[in-house]
Ligand binder design. Structure first.
Ligand SMILES: [Zn+2]
Length: 318
């Protein structure tokens, strides 16, 4: 590898594993290294692991340490982004960990942090499904509904770092709303995440509805999507409801930030066009003509690498 090229390191910190990636200035992912988080070793032990993985990656790829122009980390939890502080991360069991300060001392490079969903969104904007597009909203449909909003090539982090927390848009009417992990009722993720889809499926089975889902021992979101594709009416109704609220949330966002493109990723989105076409149908139904004109909805393309790419990109889009 050329020794003159500027490179960026992205860190995707999860509860069980840490992925570290090396990107060039265009956001191409050149190499990754993955190792265990070992959260039981507490913050200092995890930081030691991260340093080890970063140095291992740089050495293995044969780059000079001086080529590393910056390091970024995507971290699950509530952060004080400008201070580089993790205020609370239930996944890691952390409270008030000054990640930026610790990693800068260990690596001798400027470190920027953001939450994992924002990092994943930025990855798609830098070199993924929304490359070259300045106004984008990204959804990650997994255990929860993660989001990231990019306006004029800048991540919308907001006053308390809560910008882009679209999984907690209150879209479900009170009469149908259930409690969300955040403590509020009626959040988008209570119906449109894997967790929400599984919940609705189990409820239908408990009510004794006629559905093929009743024969599945431990229902997953993929089961519900598969059964819906196969024509099961109850599964189809559940998927349709998840899509309805996603489309509604996009219609709301389209009159707030008016993105040119919505990117949808995460495990649930693996259902592909079956789900995306439904979401788009509802989006078109609910949104204003001028807010939806020439706006499209596309699948994410970076998959599990979006987080490391976007974390590295925090130095480009900061
Ligand atoms: Zn919520």
């Amino acid at each position: 590898m050329g020794k003159e090229k500027k490179l960026y390191i992205g860190i995707d910190l999860g509860g069980t594993s840490v992925k570290v990636g090396l990107c060039d200035e265009q956001g191409s992912l050149l190499a990754v290294y993955e190792g265990p988080t070992e959260a039981e070793k507490r913050a200092e032990g995890v930081m030691q692991n991260i340093e080890l993985y970063v140095r291992e990656l740089v050495t293995r790829e044969g780059c000079a340490w001086e080529q590393i122009a910056g390091v970024g980390a995507g971290i699950p939890g509530f952060l004080d982004i400008s201070a580089g502080l993790v205020k609370a991360s239930p996944n890691l069991g952390w409270k008030d960990v000054p990640v930026k300060e610790i990693l800068e001392a260990r690596l001798g490079k400027e470190v920027r942090i953001d939450n994992d969903a924002n990092a994943a969104a930025l990855g798609e904007v830098w070199s993924g499904a929304a490359a070259g597009i300045a106004n984008v909203v990204c959804y990650t449909l997994g255990t929860g509904v993660g989001g990231g909003i990019v306006v004029k090539n800048t991540l919308c982090q907001g006053f308390n770092g809560m910008g882009g927390e679209i999984g907690h848009l209150n879209v479900v009417p009170a009469a149908e709303a259930i409690i969300c992990g955040c403590g509020q009722k009626g959040c988008l993720e209570t119906v449109s995440s894997a967790t929400g889809i599984i919940y609705m499926a189990k409820e239908a089975v408990i009510r004794g509805e006629q559905t093929s889902l009743a024969h599945i021992r431990e229902i997953s979101a993929k089961d519900v999507l598969d059964e819906a594709k196969a024509g099961d009416r109850v599964a189809l109704r559940i998927v349709d409801r998840a899509a309805d609220y996603l489309g509604k949330s996009m219609a709301l966002l389209s009159v707030v930030v008016n993105p040119q493109r919505f990117v949808v990723g995460g495990g649930v989105a693996k259902a592909g066009s079956f789900l995306l076409e439904r979401i788009e149908g509802y989006f078109r139904e609910y949104s204003l003509e001028n807010a939806k004109a020439n706006v499209d909805i596309v699948p994410a393309i970076l998959g599990n690498n979006a987080g490391v790419v976007g974390a590295a990109g925090l130095h480009i889009f900061g």
